[in-house]
Design a protein around this ligand. Structure first.
Ligand code: NAP
Length: 344
């Protein structure tokens, strides 16, 4: 067991400010999780902590008090952070991932999704850290599913383009990196609006008072952040087999991987499943089969072929949607007994 207190109790300058005053006892490998305040980053931090890793998570607006504040668009701050913490692994979750926001904030998105990813990749290469970059099924146009890792990307919107550019930055500056593409995510949320999946709960709960139109056109594969986090840890632990003193990378664990839930559902079908899970009425939910106008274009069906992970025995069996979504939504039900009575 070694002490990392000296490394961690450094006052970073204003670009990346955080003082970690308590001594941290380092056991096992170290992982830096960007976007640790976000939907996926929280699950990734929990998964690696449970696996005995020393975890430092960074956040931005929601960083304090639990996480390091780091603006990833501040190159010097990122450099200092990596040189001081010296992670074995970086799981890069931070991104602007809301397609309609990306269309409005194009420059800021490029700064975060592309340029900051490039900076992290350069610094990961310099530090010898393995970089695991989280990407998206939106790099594909959705016209010819399922998509393998080698299929040609053709993003339809700026969000997909920015994530694809991020992938290219990663491979250009740090060729040994791992890219994990995932579809729409749900998980433990701070508010139901935090994920496109759990936000459907608001429509389900409207009950029979008003009818609700819900998309029944785009085919999605909702995926639990806990499953993605478990895959991240499997990839990291297989990639970096620890011989006695140094970490060497397994060369078969590099490049692009796909992971996805297996249940194909439209938003309408997800909402009906939520209503069923909680014995609520669903006859007010109306399927809408026309593509909505006015929002950023989205692919119809980006089903991911996940066989590369499966062949390497690095996948996990995705949790069934009904039970996984119940885990996420019970805190937002008036009757918390669901926790004990549904699917447990
Ligand atoms: P999220 O919940 O929106 O979290 C975004 C994270 O980025 C937050 O932790 C945020 O920090 C951080 N961040 C924003 N601006 C930053 C900056 N300038 N410097 C440092 N950090 C900054 O995202 P998510 O849903 O967890 O997504 C994780 C990854 O999965 C992303 O790469 C995304 O592209 C990919 N993905 C997500 C989905 C999905 O459905 N959610 C689907 C496919 C792929 P604060 O909150 O503290 O400001």
């Amino acid at each position: 067991m070694s002490r990392a207190g000296a490394e961690l109790s450094i006052l970073f300058s204003p670009g990346c400010v955080q003082l970690l005053q308590e001594e941290v006892l380092v056991q096992g490998p170290k992982v830096l999780v960007t976007g640790a305040t976000g939907l996926l980053g929280r699950a990734v931090c929990r998964e690696f902590q449970a696996g005995g890793w020393t975890v430092v998570g960074t956040g931005y607006r929601r960083a304090r008090p639990r996480f390091l504040y780091c603006d990833l668009t501040d190159e010097d701050g990122v450099r200092r952070l990596l040189h001081q913490f010296k992670p074995d692994l970086i799981v890069h979750c931070a991104a602007e991932r809301r397609p309609d926001v990306v269309e409005r904030l194009a420059d800021a998105t490029v700064q975060l999704n592309v340029n900051a990813t490039g900076t992290l990749a350069k610094e990961a290469a310099l530090c010898g850290a393995l970089l695991l970059y989280i990407s998206t099924d939106y790099v594909f146009d959705g016209r010819n599913p399922p998509y393998g890792e080698d299929d040609a990307p053709n993003p339809l919107n700026m969000y997909g383009r920015s994530k694809l550019e991020g992938e290219r930055e990663v491979l250009r500056h740090c060729p040994g990196s791992v890219i994990l593409r995932v579809p729409v995510l749900f998980g433990e949320v701070e508010s139901v609006a935090e994920s496109a999946v759990t936000s459907l709960w608001l429509k389900v709960q409207e009950g029979t008072e008003d009818s609700c139109l819900l998309d029944h056109c785009y085919q999605r594969f909702p995926t639990d952040t806990r499953d993605v986090a478990a895959v991240c840890r499997k990839l990291a632990e297989r990639a970096k087999q620890p011989p006695p003193s140094v970490y060497l990378q397994d060369p078969s664990i590099r490049g692009i991987f796909h992971f996805s839930g297996k249940e194909q559902m439209t938003k309408y079908e997800m909402a009906v499943a939520m209503a069923q899970a909680f014995n609520l009425p669903s006859n007010h939910l109306i399927p809408l089969t026309e593509q909505p106008a006015g929002s950023a274009p989205r692919p119809i069906n980006c089903q991911l072929n996940c066989s590369r992970l499966e062949l390497l025995n690095l996948s996990v069996q995705p949790k069934p949607f009904m039970s996984a979504i119940t885990d996420c939504l019970w805190p937002f039900t008036p009757d918390k007994r669901w926790r004990q009575t549904v699917f447990h």
